[in-house]
Write a protein that binds this ligand. Structure first.
Ligand code: FAD
Length: 306
C-alpha cells in the first residue's frame, strides 16, 4: 500500500466507534472491556444506538451516562422518531441534554413489524430524520449526525430523492452524515461525488462494518440497503465453522477497505464495532491511530527524566 509510505497522513485521521446498549450483565461487561480498550485511541466521539422504536431508551441512556461518568470519551446518543409523538421525542432529547449529552445521531427508525412493513409517520410525530434534526436544534445547540446511504435508502425511489433528504437534514442543522456500511469503495466515492454535486459539503463519514459474522451480515444487508458483493462472499465461503480463519479474513477485508479509503483521501471513519474491540483496534493501529494512554505519557516523561 502506498499509504504505508505516507505516515504523515495518520495524524489527520479521526475515528468514531459505535456501540449498542447491552441487554445483560455479561454483555455489559463485554462492552465495558471494549470501551476501555478503545478509549486510549481518542476517538472523536463514541455513539450508542437506540433500539427499534425506542425500545432501548432506558438502556441507551444508562450506557451514555456511564460513558460520560467513567471515561474521557464524548458519547453521542442515537435517537429515532418513529412511533412516538413530538412531545415524547422532545422529552427524550431534553432528558439526554440534562444528563450532559451534546452529541446526537438523529434517525427516523424502522417499523417494528419487521421486513416488508411500510413506514408510516406517527400522526403526531416527526415524519423523518430531517424533522428530528430540526427538533433537536430547537432544544439546544447540539452536534447532530445523520444517516446517509451510498447505495440509497431502500425506500428512496432514486438517488435524487435520497440526496434531497440528506440536503434537508443538513439544512436543518446536521453537521455530518455517517454512512450505512458498504463494501465497495467505488460505490462510496460515486455517492460522495453525487452529494457534492448537489451542493452538500458536510463530511460523509464512511461507516465501516468489520465482518464478525458473515452470515449475519448477509441476512441484514438487503434490509439495510447495502449490497454484499460476490467477491466478498467468495472470501468468506466455507468459513462458517472456522472462526479463527473467519476473523483473520475479516480483519484483512476491513483493513484493505479502510486503507484504500485513506488512499482516496478519506480522513474520518466510523466503526460499527458490534461491541467488540479487536478488529476496530487492529485497523486503527494499521492506519497509525495509536494509544494515548496516560501510562504512555508517563513512560515518556520518565524516559526524559532519566
Ligand atoms: P430518513 O432520512 O428520514 O428517511 C429515509 C428514507 O425514507 C427517505 O430517503 C425516504 O425515501 C423515506 N421517507 C422519509 N420520510 C418519509 C415519509 N414521511 N414518508 C414516506 N417515506 C419517507 N435505527 C435505529 O432504530 N436505531 C439506531 O440507533 C440506528 N442507528 C443508525 C446509524 C446509522 C449510521 C445508520 C446509517 C442507520 C441507523 N439506523 C438506526 C437505521 C435507520 O433508522 C434506518 O435506516 C431508517 O430506515 C432510516 O432512517 P433515516 O434517519 O436515514 O431516515
Amino acid at each position: 500500500y502506498r499509504f504505508s509510505r505516507r505516515p504523515e497522513l495518520a495524524s489527520r485521521l479521526r475515528v468514531s466507534f459505535e456501540f449498542f446498549p447491552p441487554k445483560t450483565d455479561e454483555m455489559e461487561e463485554r462492552l465495558w472491556k471494549t470501551v476501555t480498550r478503545l478509549e486510549p485511541l481518542e476517538p472523536r466521539f463514541v455513539s450508542v444506538t437506540y433500539g427499534a422504536g425506542g425500545s432501548t431508551r432506558g438502556r441507551t441512556a444508562r450506557t451514555v451516562k456511564r460513558i460520560l461518568d467513567e471515561t474521557r470519551l464524548r458519547p453521542a446518543a442515537h435517537m429515532t422518531c418513529i412511533d412516538a409523538t413530538r412531545e415524547e421525542v422532545d422529552q427524550v432529547i431534553s432528558e439526554f441534554a440534562e444528563m450532559g449529552i451534546r452529541n446526537f445521531v438523529a434517525l427516523r427508525g424502522d417499523p417494528t413489524e419487521g421486513v416488508g412493513a411500510r413506514y408510516r409517520p406517527h400522526p403526531n410525530g416527526y415524519a423523518n430524520g430531517a424533522d428530528l434534526v430540526a427538533a433537536m436544534k430547537k432544544i439546544g445547540d447540539f452536534d447532530v449526525s445523520v444517516a446517509a446511504y451510498p447505495e440509497k435508502h431502500p425506500e428512496s425511489p432514486d438517488f435524487a430523492t435520497d440526496i434531497d433528504m440528506l440536503q434537508r437534514k443538513v439544512d436543518n442543522g446536521a453537521t455530518r452524515a455517517i454512512t450505512q456500511f458498504f463494501f465497495d469503495n467505488d460505490v462510496y466515492e460515486r455517492y460522495v461525488e453525487r452529494v457534492r454535486r448537489a451542493g452538500i459539503y458536510v463530511p460523509i463519514v464512511p461507516g465501516i462494518l468489520p465482518v464478525h459474522n458473515f452470515a449475519q451480515v448477509t441476512n441484514f444487508s438487503s434490509r439495510a440497503g447495502a449490497h454484499v458483493p460476490a467477491w466478498l462472499a467468495e472470501r468468506f465461503d466455507g468459513l462458517q465453522n472456522d472462526p479463527q480463519t473467519h476473523a483473520l479474513v475479516a480483519s484483512a477485508v476491513a483493513a484493505e477497505q479502510v486503507m484504500d479509503l485513506v488512499e482516496r483521501g478519506v480522513q474520518d471513519f466510523h466503526f460499527y464495532t458490534m461491541n467488540r474491540a479487536d478488529l476496530a483496534f487492529a485497523i486503527c493501529h494499521m492506519i497509525g491511530i495509536r494509544s494515548h494512554e496516560p501510562a504512555a505519557v508517563g513512560q515518556v516523561a520518565g524516559a526524559a527524566a532519566a
